[in-house]
Write a new protein. Structure first.
Length: 269
């Protein structure tokens, strides 16, 4: 039997409800809490069957949990919170508590099982099409000595997989030919500050190549846990109370740029 997991997300906490077991519990919304959740779900997955996880979108607070659960091999669906509340109203639930939200996520998944079967058939067809496209892409990479070498160089960095490497090859052919400031600006990762006279606002990022930033976001989350250099870099930012994810993305891009420039794979210090 499929295991369906509903998660309500807040800044510091994840409230979880599981069907068919009926378990309701919570963990912290950080690496330690999510690791504990992954371990618990893996135990259920191996014992009881496939596991599908539904999270409520919460202004980005769901991203770490979604990334870690997806990396662990679970099917992850991010739900619009307005849809969850509309479903709760439809079944007559007016209270607003996180355990109830988690239960509503779970119930919504159960109610939609029949629709999901149809969707799964469509997804299977789309996956076959994606597999065919991936095979074509593999063939193009094999035919190009330059792309083969560059892909091997990029994936030598812990946390960087073929999706990130190939997106960079396609979307940022300038990689390796620019300095670190230029490459960060090209990706839209160079901070800029609103300033007028004596007034100075917060720093922002913007512009640049969105597809590059998207893959670097996921790669930076993984690399900041499994790449020793980036883990130290991230921890130092956290200790200083500074924003870490964009800085880690920029640092990772700088490393990849240098690796292509020098034509040397990653080496642990």
């Amino acid at each position: 039997m499929d295991i369906i997991v509903g998660i309500d997300v807040s800044k510091d906490r994840l409230d979880i409800a599981i069907v068919p077991s009926g378990e309701v519990f919570h963990v912290g919304n950080g690496h330690a809490g999510i690791e504990a959740l992954v371990d618990r779900l893996k135990a259920k997955h191996s014992a009881d069957g496939p596991c599908v996880v539904a999270l409520e979108a919460t202004g980005g607070f769901e991203m770490l949990a979604a990334a870690e659960l997806s990396s662990a091999g679970f099917a992850v669906i991010v739900i619009n919170p307005a849809q969850v509340r509309a479903y709760a109203n439809a079944i007559g639930r007016r209270a607003k508590t996180d355990p109830i939200d988690a239960e509503e996520n779970r119930l919504r998944m159960v109610v939609e099982t029949q629709a999901q079967k149809s969707i799964k058939r469509l997804l299977a067809a789309l996956r076959r099409e994606l597999d065919s496209l991936d095979a074509d892409l593999d063939e193009q990479i094999r035919k190009s000595p330059i792309w083969r070498v560059r892909e091997r160089l990029l994936v030598s960095v812990p946390g960087v997989g073929s999706t990130t490497a190939r997106t960079l090859l396609a979307e940022m052919p300038e990689l390796g030919s620019l300095d670190r400031r230029q490459i960060a600006s090209l990706a839209g990762l160079a901070p800029w500050t609103r300033q007028s006279g004596q007034w100075k606002g917060k720093s922002f990022i913007g512009g640049g190549r969105g597809k590059v930033r998207a893959v670097l976001f996921m790669a930076a989350l993984v690399a900041s846990r499994h790449n020793p250099m980036l883990k130290v870099f991230r921890d130092r930012l956290v200790a200083a109370g500074k924003p870490r994810i964009v800085a880690t993305m920029r640092k990772l891009l700088t490393i990849l740029n240098a690796i292509i420039r020098d034509n040397k794979p990653w080496q642990n210090a």
